[in-house]
Design a protein. Structure first.
Length: 184
């Protein structure tokens, strides 16, 4: 969360600095040189604002559920037979209510899943797959969870990402965004 805020301030400062240099030090004929960087800074500012909602969601999950370190969790990128909507990857966790039953949690559509997908791909090198043999998990597989890869030395979670439940209910609906953390 702190890094999101620092990034936001950095892009604001960069935009204002470029604008100041353009107005104070340069002639109007050089405006075309500063337009692409100004537009890029504005774009990154908007993207950085979009990171706050997932960061708050992750914080809320971490405050509600404790971390668990799990090894050799089944995962995949192909469609899962029990999942309702299209997705970009899934992990299966034990159901807390019935330990012999496993529940899939999926990555929601998001542009920050590339690191995970490179390691989950069927043709990925064993060195990459080794990065996700052990994962950190916080959450309830019946609803929502937060997954992370171990950092250097395996002492801290890194590469945090929210996983969601997308299974069909017996009544015909789905469990998307349901559970104790559901927003109303």
């Amino acid at each position: 969360m702190l890094m999101n805020f620092v990034g936001l301030l950095g892009w604001i400062a960069s935009w204002l600095g470029l604008l100041y240099a353009l107005v104070v030090f340069l002639s109007p004929g050089l405006t075309f040189l500063f337009l692409p960087p100004l537009c890029y800074c504005f774009y990154r500012l908007v993207v950085q604002l979009c990171y706050f909602r997932p960061a708050l969601r992750m914080r809320r999950i971490m405050l509600t559920y404790p971390w668990q370190v799990l090894r050799f969790i089944p995962y995949g990128l192909a469609d899962h037979s029990e999942v309702v909507s299209k997705h970009y990857g899934w992990f299966e966790f034990s159901n807390p209510a019935r330990s012999q039953h496993r529940l899939p949690l999926v990555f929601p559509r998001h542009h920050r899943t590339e690191w995970w997908h490179r390691r989950m791909a069927p043709r990925a090198k064993s060195v990459l797959k080794a990065d996700i043999e052990t994962v950190w998990f916080a959450g309830d597989p019946r609803f929502i969870g937060l997954i992370a890869a171990p950092g250097r030395g395996g002492t801290r979670p890194r590469r945090l990402h929210v996983l969601e439940q997308r299974m069909e209910l017996q009544g015909g609906g789905d469990m998307s965004n349901g559970g104790p953390l559901r927003r109303t």
